[in-house]
Design a protein around this ligand. Structure first.
Ligand SMILES: Nc1ncnc2c1ncn2[C@@H]1O[C@H](COP(=O)(O)OP(=O)(O)OP(=O)(O)O)[C@@H](O)[C@H]1O
Ligand SMILES: [Mg+2]
Ligand SMILES: [Mg+2]
Length: 301
């Protein structure tokens, strides 16, 4: 097959691993910087150009779109979709997963367990919002934060009020969420491909910290999932229509609670902690699902 990986940096661990896995399976693979793609969107024959060359003959596209360039990345994926090329992550699922508000509303609609969560932008009565999620301690999150930045634990109602007032002042969208104390500073990353969890790791925050992000000094180790955790992760990925997803779960007294669903989950932490060749599993999935170009008609945008 001829495979394109949409990635801004071919040296990134995840990109490199997917390239290696594709080559090991004898595919022709190329890393394309989606931000350097340009397209004629008016033509009846949709096409994409890259460094003066028209991109043609691709059987599959594996998007690895960073959070800061979601909109343009989604447009490039949409163009490939219009050309009838199989995209492992669709433009619509990408957009869903990148809006925390939209993603959590979708999960909630599907009845998937999640921490009690409220969204706000400008609140008249801060106490009412705090009451909505059961009082303190609670977590306040800036919607555009990543890697644990903009995630604050407010231990008391007073602390919660000042954080919320500060975020309102900043005119930022944020959410307030019940603090899951039993999780003990850990969360579980479930790597979902298709209808399977292919690998799972437990990330634990360093002492004195409640955020388990590896970027915040957290550590990762392999973990065994319960059947309920497994089902929840798969359901969450399906709710977003993602074929590849990193589903983050908190282990609570009332069962697994989904925190978020990532559409370009990193491979380093999960491969290093579990020893599983996740990149190979991604390529195998693409082989099974991307049909050769000749068998497909043009997909509609
Ligand atoms: N409601 C909560 N209860 C307990 N711990 C939480 C809660 N929300 C978040 N945490 C902890 O804080 C960490 C960071 O939170 P979250 O994943 O929501 O934000 P983020 O990592 O900044 O977002 P992103 O993963 O999109 O970059 C989580 O991995 C988890 O360890
Ligand atoms: Mg996170
Ligand atoms: Mg995330």
């Amino acid at each position: 097959m001829k495979i394109a990986i949409l990635s801004r940096n071919p040296r990134l661990y995840s990109t490199r691993r997917i390239v290696e896995a594709a080559q090991a399976r004898h595919h022709e693979v190329r890393v394309i910087d989606h931000m350097k793609c340009y397209m004629d969107i008016t033509s009846s024959n949709p096409a994409i150009w890259y460094e003066g060359e028209k991109l043609e003959g691709y059987d599959a596209v594996i998007p690895r779109i960073g959070a800061s360039v979601t909109t343009y990345g989604a447009a490039v994926i949409r163009q490939f979709e219009m050309m009838g090329v199989y995209c492992l992550t669709g433009s619509i699922p990408l957009g869903r997963s990148r809006s925390k508000l939209r993603a959590l509303q979708l999960l909630s609609r599907k009845g998937i367990g999640m921490p009690k969560t409220g969204f706000a932008h400008d609140v008249h009565n801060t106490r009412e919002l705090i009451k909505l999620v059961g009082g303190a301690p609670l977590v306040v999150k800036l919607l555009e934060g990543t890697q644990g930045r903009g995630v604050v634990l407010a231990e008391t109602i007073k602390a919660a009020e000042s954080v919320i007032d500060a975020f309102c002042e900043l005119k930022a969208d944020f959410l307030v969420q019940e603090f899951i104390k039993e999780a003990g500073g850990s969360d579980v990353r479930c790597f979902v491909i298709g209808r399977k969890v292919v690998a799972a790791m437990e990330r634990t925050a360093q002492s004195g910290e409640f955020r388990s992000n590896l970027h915040r000094g957290g550590s990762a180790e392999v973990t065994k999932l319960t059947p309920t955790e497994r089902r929840t992760a798969i359901k969450a990925a399906q709710a977003m229509s993602l074929h590849v997803a990193g589903v983050d779960i908190l282990r609570s007294a009332r069962g697994p609670l989904v925190m978020e669903v990532n559409s370009s989950p990193g491979l380093r932490g999960i491969e290093e902690s579990t020893g599983i060749n996740v990149a190979n599993k991604i390529i195998r999935f693409v082989e099974e699902h991307a049909k050769p170009l000749t068998l497909r008609g043009h997909a509609k945008g």
